[in-house]
Design a protein. Structure first.
Lengths: 533, 242
């Protein structure tokens, strides 16, 4: 364990913004770090505020006793999802692998330290949820004094089991893909497939329950929580520890977490070197023969470079492509099952007239498509390669235009396909369909340009692991969260406004608004590019 | 009327955050036809100067002109006639060699026929043709260096700037590169490169600049600097004398 701790300490130090702040004399860089810290603190506060308000709501309707299970489940689901997406870049195929493995460390120590690093980096998010829910629970349930420290201590353990599960799945994917020549593609396909399964899991379970006539039990949130706690024991152990003051449950949670960590990393350690060797080696055929070459415009050349950058990285491909694939899948499923049925499943039968959702179709699709704009992370992803574009006769405007063009090439076809599928399934009139398709394109243009504003403004080239940029970068966070919340609000707004005004007029107004926002964001990118060459 | 310098560095200084001057009032001129060696210890300021010349590093003090164009005011015009090869070329690892070269050719707007001819010529010269279809990530350091060199030559630059170009190259490739440098200079282009290998610099360069702790100790012809001694002796004497 000493080695794990040593490696972990070094890793944390090497990526610590505080450390950079402490030793960096560049005032601009220091103020940027402070700005990032303030921004992150605001996000933590927003998340905590949301959690406290949820608990207050639960308290007011008299179901505060479900909060411990809800806390455990929320943390567990988030921990599982985020770890699953990040495992590939953190545990395997990372930049300093050669350097670390050349040192006298066991494979399991290296893998274990990487996992612990992932755990510590995401812990503040999970603790924010735990603390906020504890506040809400404390107000309405008035628990004994020792519940407070116990809740906090057990909250530290809560993410471990789902994270270990996700890491082990990531390990299995890496193990399987390492046996293929096209490891990147296999790894990305497997990761996206499992992520999609996880995404649709809620609906699959819901459908299964409905078939088994147990819907009645799930009608109340309280019943749902009890059922979930029974199906996911760690949530039940946590709830028992804090509500029934069960020491054995607390010890069970701690014991299983530690045991699982030991077992998982013993298994991972055994084939760690083999997997990494396979993932890091690139096949070379050495049989190229010169043939005729095609000339492209500079913009298309940059867009092609971006495409190859994306397909060369499973982490980038998974994050950049997941939303597109989910949108396309949603379109296909809607086409097969019917818009009405999908609406009934998603809203648990609460919405009887699905036609009122029609004006929101482009926004529903954009919720997925706009999940991550490649433009938000691609400026930072230049990393050490930045010298190439810097030393070439391309101004930054052209470079960013090329990056935006690539995101449009990627997003627009998926947007059009999914929107069209939904419109056909929902029997949207032809003119409205055309307007929704145009609106979809305008939304893509906006998310592309807005993503680029965030990407350029928060560009960070000195990263060690591309996960730091693709998943945890300030640019991505600043792009993702406001975009996601704004689109969610717009979905509701469209439904409400659609009840009162013509859908065509509403679509036209939204096209205009999205186009103006896209144009403003584009101009902002150009202004940012003008600052330097 | 005096001849236009291909590279003209005038009173260039670069100060980093903590007030340390990595380059201090550096001035030198590289004329068309020159093979100009830039020599100094590790951390003397060679790469800092080179990176400013090619427009990778910002600077506030002094001026740098390439064929009369200011690097500060008209960087694109400078970059169109310059090629740069860094000491450790980090290339796009997810592109194949040919895709990377094609990308560079697209940026410089080279016609399909011309790029094909040039890539074919240089790839054969550096014996790398059969590897061009493989991902750059699978290349050795030397192969990456060769691709970087080909990409630098693809648009017939008038100024070739290289940072430690011979590190990692096999003897034949190093010889080929020297030949190419001579060919370029015979056509009126200029070569400006940093090196630690004094033997190479002595045989290859007609002009040399010595930099120490960010300041130029000497700049001029090789003969003026060596005065009948070897470059190594002259360099050590200049270094100790400072």
């Amino acid at each position: 364990m000493e080695n794990e701790i040593l490696l972990l300490k070094t890793l944390l130090l090497s990526t610590s913004q505080r450390n950079i702040y402490k030793y960096c004399r560049d005032k601009k860089k220091r103020s940027k770090i402070v700005g990032n810290m303030v921004g992150t603190a605001v996000l933590y506060l927003l998340l905590m505020g949301y959690c406290v308000l949820t608990c207050v709501g639960y308290g007011l309707i008299g179901i505060i006793r479900t909060v411990p299970v809800m806390c455990a489940l929320t943390i567990s689901v988030l921990a599982f999802m985020f770890t699953f997406i990040k495992t590939n870049g953190y545990l395997f195929n990372f930049k300093e692998y050669d350097m670390l493995m050349a040192l006298p460390f066991e494979s399991k120590s290296v893998a274990g330290s990487r996992f612990l690093y992932m755990y510590i980096k995401s812990l503040p998010w999970y603790l924010s949820i735990a603390v906020a829910m504890l506040i809400g629970y404390g107000i309405y349930a008035s628990p004994a004094w020792f519940v407070y420290p116990l809740w906090l201590i057990l909250s530290l353990l809560l993410p471990l089991i789902p994270m270990l599960g996700a890491a082990f799945l990531g390990f299995l994917i890496a193990r399987i893909s390492s046996g293929f020549r096209k490891t990147n593609i296999i790894q990305t396909v497997l990761t996206i497939t499992l992520a999609i399964l996880a995404f649709f899991l809620r609906f699959i379970i819901s459908a299964l329950f409905q078939n088994n006539q147990v819907e009645y039990t799930l009608e109340t949130i309280s019943g749902m929580m009890d059922s979930a706690a029974a199906k996911y024991p760690p949530a039940g152990w946590f709830a028992d520890a804090v509500t029934k003051h069960s020491l054995s449950s607390a010890l069970l949670l701690a014991g299983v977490s530690v045991l699982l960590f030991t077992v998982v990393f013993r298994i991972v350690g055994r084939s760690y070197r083999t997997i990494n060797s396979a993932l890091r080696s690139r096949a070379a055929s050495r049989n190229y023969r010169m043939s005729s070459l095609k000339k492209h415009s500079v913009l298309n050349a940059i867009a092609f470079k971006e495409f190859k950058r994306m397909t060369g990285s499973p982490v980038y491909m998974t994050n950049g492509g997941l939303g597109m694939i989910l949108a396309a899948l949603l379109g296909v499923i809607t086409l097969i099952l019917g818009f009405d049925r999908i609406t009934a499943i998603v809203t648990s039968g609460a919405m009887t007239d699905s036609s009122i959702l029609q004006p929101a179709i482009p926004f529903i699709i954009h919720l997925f498509i706009g999940m991550e704009a490649t433009t938000a992370c691609s400026p930072s992803l230049e990393g050490k390669n930045y010298w190439i574009v810097q030393s070439l006769p391309i101004d930054r405007k052209t470079l960013y235009r090329g990056k935006m063009l690539f995101n449009m090439y990627l997003a627009v076809p998926f947007m059009l396909f999914a929107t069209l599928c939904m419109c056909v399934s929902a029997k949207v009139p032809v003119l409205n369909t055309v307007l929704y398709l145009i609106l979809g394109c305008a939304l893509c243009a906006f998310s592309t340009a807005w993503g680029c504003v965030c990407g350029v403004k928060h560009m960070r080239l000195d990263w060690e692991n591309e996960i730091e940029v693709v998943k945890q970068g300030t640019a991505v966070t600043v792009y993702l969260l406001p975009n996601m919340f704004a689109v969610m609000i717009l979905v509701f707004l469209m439904v409400i406004l659609g009840l009162r005004m013509s859908h065509q007029l509403l679509a036209l107004i939204m096209i205009l608004a999205a186009s103006v926002l896209a144009a403003l964001s584009y101009l902002k990118v150009m202004a940012l590019a003008r600052r330097d060459v | 009327m005096s001849e236009q310098a291909m590279l003209d560095i005038r009173n260039y200084s670069k100060t980093y955050g903590e007030g340390k001057k990595a380059a201090d009032n550096v001035s030198l001129s590289v004329m068309g036809g020159d093979i100009y060696g830039f020599i100094g210890h590790n951390g003397a300021g060679k790469s800092t100067t080179i990176r400013a010349v090619v427009g990778v590093l910002d600077f506030t003090e002094g001026e740098i002109y390439i064929d009369g164009h200011s690097v500060k005011d008209d960087p694109l015009a400078c970059k169109r006639i310059t090629a740069y090869i860094p000491d450790n070329p980090d290339l796009y690892e997810n592109l194949t060699g040919i895709q990377y070269l094609n990308f560079i050719a697209d940026v410089f707007g080279i016609s399909a026929q011309e790029r094909e001819e040039r890539i074919r010529k240089y790839a054969e010269t550096f014996e790398i043709t059969d590897a061009l279809g493989d991902l750059i990530g699978s290349y050795s350091h030397g192969m990456k260096q060769k691709v970087a060199i080909i990409s630098a030559l693809i648009h017939n630059p008038r100024l070739l700037v290289l940072d430690e170009p011979f590190v990692g190259l096999d003897p034949k490739a190093a010889f080929t590169l020297k030949e190419i440098m001579h060919e370029m200079c015979a056509k009126g282009a200029a070569v400006f490169f940093s090196t630690h290998v004094l033997d190479v610099a002595e045989k290859l360069c007609n002009k040399v600049a010595i930099i120490k702790q960010g300041r130029i100790l000497f700049s001029g012809t090789m003969e003026e600097f060596t005065e009948g001694h070897s470059l190594e002796e002259a360099f050590l004497e200049a270094d100790n004398g400072e």
